[in-house]
Design a protein around this ligand. Sequence first.
Ligand code: IMP
Ligand code: MG
Length: 174
Amino acid sequence: MTDTLKPLFSREEIREAVKRLAAEISRDYSGEEVVCVCVLKGSFMFTADLVRELEIPAMIEFMRVSSYGSGMSSKGEVTITKDIEMDISGKNVLILEDIVDSGLTLKWICNALQARNPKTLKIVCLVDKKARRKVDIPCDYVGLTLEDGFIVGYGIDYAEKYRNLPDMLVVEKN
Ligand code: IMP
Ligand code: MG
């Protein structure tokens, strides 16, 4: 079985979106510092690019969760497989997520981090698939939007493949 990949967002479009997000965040948190929580693995490239554009002090933490179930959708049953190491109480926390689909994963992460009493907690999402949302979750900063489709590239995978591609592409199964 081969995957057909069709171009969706070019590296230039992604770069523009990331720069705009960084400018918005830098403006909103002017005079403050933020803790950026990179949700592994998909957000590693996004995080690396975004934090380099921030004009405010930023600390970086990594978290990995696994959503049970396989294939192209999540069921919202989540466990932390790698937790952040910093005490985030009283801190401005930004969750950096590659793509929000049903919203179930992010909702769960949000609740888990909110329970640790951050000063503020906001969501930065590179790609928002709004039409597929199953739970109400406010994405405070959105880079790019997409109605539907399964995408890969720029950190995002399909069965661990294609994370290294610099552009984002839509996967069409044959
Ligand atoms: P959700 O819980 O349905 O919102 O799923 C979120 C997670 O599923 C994302 O963080 C991705 O890891 C994965 N995911 C959702 N949509 C896509 C996609 O189009 N391509 C690759 N992974 C995706
Ligand atoms: Mg993810």
